[in-house]
Design a protein around this ligand. Structure first.
Ligand code: NAD
Ligand code: TYD
Length: 351
């Protein structure tokens, strides 16, 4: 089987490439990535020689219709998994335009290309799948109780979540109107290796290791549900293999925490791992809150659990420990992504 995976040089995309190539020994992946600040080819360096033989990287924009057409024309692609997106809420507040171009128009471009190349006469070729990777943030914010289900109305609050909700609606429309074999997954906050240190968990790890202040927005009592990235990759595998066309699947970790508690947990685990007395709670700084900050996300994943037999398997404290040990073991990766050295590397290693 041949997969066309976008956003492969980012956090979840790169984890997915490792996951898929190691669990599907005959499959091949064509990976497309624009290599924005968040895309880093170092993320894929640990593929084995054998896996590299089944992986081809192409640098480019999902919104480049000519390129996307060319890829689908030249390759008999069975599945498209779209991870490519601008993904950071804070950046979307500073500059929404690129979110609209990549996340909405880029997705539309992929949908159009799939529509053009996956038909034989009036019928869709069998086994084709277009999986749009989305987020629980499209549902908005919850009070202290309740959960997002797949039927919760869309109510995005940031330019990022609005752009993801728009892409979901387009994907659904291409299914409903044209019959394109679309699937949509909406996951909660991921964490794990290779996450760019702008998101909460890797930023706190990076700053604590460098004895820099740990910026907690507002009172730090916002709640997120946390999902270990490998559990997420397994969920995408389940949906690709057995999901019902046109359906949405929520994917959560069943794992809610206050932000401030996560920061304290990271400090305490890092203190234990490094024996560095300068890593302690005095690094915490409560800073001005994010505008439009969603208070709580919590996700009901009973549909994917009941229908497809998936469930999250990584306990949070263990997942955090694996994650921070990965960052401790990869100081050169931290250096590369934080200094811009990765840009040079990317320029030199693309086809
Ligand atoms: P990321 O920012 O780490 O990676 C995104 C990748 O997409 C980068 O490699 C970037 O270079 C690439 N990219 C961006 N715009 C592109 C374009 N126009 N064309 C081609 N490539 C482009 O993001 P991530 O955390 O890996 O998220 C992957 C997907 O999962 C996104 O769609 C995101 O909305 C979704 N998601 C992420 C989370 C999370 O917690 N990280 C949670 C829910 C959903
Ligand atoms: P983030 O990792 O940006 O993911 P998202 O906004 O998509 O949920 O943020 C997770 C939570 O952590 C969110 O409530 C904002 C908060 N946060 C901080 O308190 N400080 C920070 O420096 C960052 C990046 C996030």
């Amino acid at each position: 089987m041949k997969l066309f995976v976008t956003g492969v040089a980012g956090f979840i995309g790169s984890n997915f490439v490792y996951y898929w190539l190691s669990h599907h020994s005959h499959d091949e992946i064509i990976g497309l990535d624009k290599l924005t600040y968040a895309g880093n080819l170092h993320n894929l360096e640990a593929l084995s020689r054998e896996q590299k033989g089944r992986f081809r990287f192409i640098r480019g924009d999902i919104g480049d219709i000519g390129l996307v057409h060319e890829i689908l024309e030249k390759n008999a692609v069975d599945k498209i998994v779209n991870f490519a997106a601008e993904s950071h809420v804070d950046r979307s507040i500073l500059d929404p335009q690129v979110f609209l171009r990549s996340n909405i128009l880029g997705t539309a471009c992929l949908l159009d290309a799939a529509r053009d190349f996956w038909k034989s006469g009036d019928s869709w070729l069998p086994e084709k799948r277009f999986l749009q990777v989305s987020t629980d943030e499209v549902y908005g914010s919850l009070g202290p109780t309740g959960f997002f289900t797949e039927k919760t109305p869309l109510d995005p609050h940031s330019p990022y979540s609005a752009s993801k909700a728009s892409a979901d609606l387009l994907a659904k429309a291409y299914h409903d109107t044209f019959g394109l074999p679309v699937l949509i997954t909406r996951c909660s906050n991921n964490y794990g290796p290779y996450q760019f240190p702008e998101k909460l968990i890797p930023l706190m790890i990076y700053n604590a290791l460098h004895h820099q202040p740990l910026p907690v927005y507002g009172d730090g009592k916002q709640i997120r549900d946390w999902l270990y990235v490998e559990d997420h990759c397994r969920a995408i595998e389940c949906v690709l293999e057995s999901g019902k066309l046109g359906e949405i699947y929520n994917v959560g970790g069943n794992n809610e925490h206050y932000n401030i508690d996560i920061v304290r947990l990271i400090i305490s685990q890092l203190k234990q791992e490094t024996r560095d007395p300068e890593i302690n709670d005095s690094l915490i700084r409560h800073v001005t809150d994010r505008p439009g900050h969603d208070r709580r996300y919590a996700i009901d994943s009973s549909k994917i659990q009941k229908e497809l037999g998936w469930k999250p398997e990584t306990p949070f404290e263990k997942g955090i420990n694996t994650t921070l040990c990965w960052y401790l073991d990869h100081p050169e990766w931290m250096q590369q992504v934080m200094t811009g050295e990765y840009r040079k590397f990317n320029e030199e290693h693309v086809q």
